[in-house]
Write a protein that binds this ligand. Structure first.
Ligand code: 13P
Length: 297
């Protein structure tokens, strides 16, 4: 058997191997709709940036299902003539079945998040998925420890990753490893004391592979840079794009532009445009921090 995904998609393997080797990180951006997807793809193409587009299970439900998402992403890749490397990734897949369903539908990369399971079960299920994923040239992300906070119904207490588990799970054939290193989904609370670089350093030494920083929104730039220098090669961003979209849309509405019938400010293509542009600008700013801009060959 071979690839089930569109010829314009790639898996995450090569982009992450290059990022890990050359000490920068690839941006993983969660999408919610057509505007989100088109904004990210346009910004990626304009800045020559390899990119991972991701959907949580919640976003999959919201958009109608995996076929709708695969169709939309593949269609945009062709219609917009996107030539930079783009992976379509399942974020926090809660079961191996869901990850397999995404692969069958045309995803090129998947995460199986078994962090809520006892570690041995997480390991066994990750191995089971790897076999299927490899047959279809799909990259796999695993998770140990857990990410604090809540992401689309996935809740974690923020347990730090264990280096012994990191070393073991890294040998299963996964492409990238997510681990709890003091990171939190959503807005960082006042009491947050920062990432645990000691934990990250120990995990990286144990697994020596691309690691993933979840909860990438709102981490100060110096901490992002240090995390990359210690082996983070993929940074997941969701909330930051939502806040940028919210702020730009709020400005438009507070200026009562949506109420201007003469200019048809109520037209969704106008109403959603400031948010669309804000997503593009946020993508450009963050990928500048991550160091992945211009890395598409
Ligand atoms: P944020 O919403 O905090 O950016 O986290 C995104 C994420 O980790 C997706 O997996």
């Amino acid at each position: 058997m071979s690839k089930l995904y569109h010829e314009r998609l790639v898996n995450s393997k090569q982009m992450l191997a290059e990022a890990h080797k050359n000490k920068y990180a690839i941006g993983h951006f969660n999408i919610n709709n057509l505007e989100w997807t088109k904004a990210i793809l346009e910004a990626a193409q304009e800045t020559k940036t390899p990119t991972i587009i991701a959907t949580s299970e919640g976003a999959i439900k919201y958009m109608g299902g995996v076929k709708a998402i695969v169709g939309m992403v593949n269609g945009l890749l062709e219609d917009l003539n996107i030539t930079v490397p783009v992976a379509l990734h399942l974020d926090h897949g809660q079961s191996v079945e869901m990850a397999k369903k995404c692969i069958e539908a045309g995803y090129s990369s998947v995460m199986f998040d078994g962090s809520h399971l006892p570690y041995e079960e997480n390991l066994t299920k990750t191995k089971d998925l790897i076999k299927f994923a490899e047959e279809h040239e799909v990259s796999v992300e695993a998770e140990i420890g857990s990410i604090g906070g809540e992401e689309d119904g996935v809740v974690g207490n923020g347990e730090l990753g264990d280096p012994i588990q990191a070393a073991e799970i890294s040998k299963t054939g996964i492409t990238m490893l997510a681990a709890g290193i003091g990171n939190i989904h959503g807005k960082y609370p006042e009491w947050w004391t920062g990432l645990s670089f000691e934990t990250l350093d120990a995990l990286q030494k144990a697994c020596n592979m691309p690691m993933v920083l979840h909860g990438g929104s709102g981490i100060p730039q110096e901490q992002v840079k240090k995390a990359i220098s210690l082996g983070i090669s993929k940074i997941n961003v969701n909330t930051e794009l939502q806040l940028a979209f919210r702020d730009a849309t709020r400005t438009y509405i507070e200026a009562k532009k949506d109420l201007d019938d003469k200019t048809k400010g109520f037209d969704p293509r106008k109403l959603l445009k400031p948010g669309f542009e804000a997503i593009k600008a946020t993508f450009v700013e963050l990928t500048g921090w991550f160091g992945c801009q211009g890395k598409a060959k």
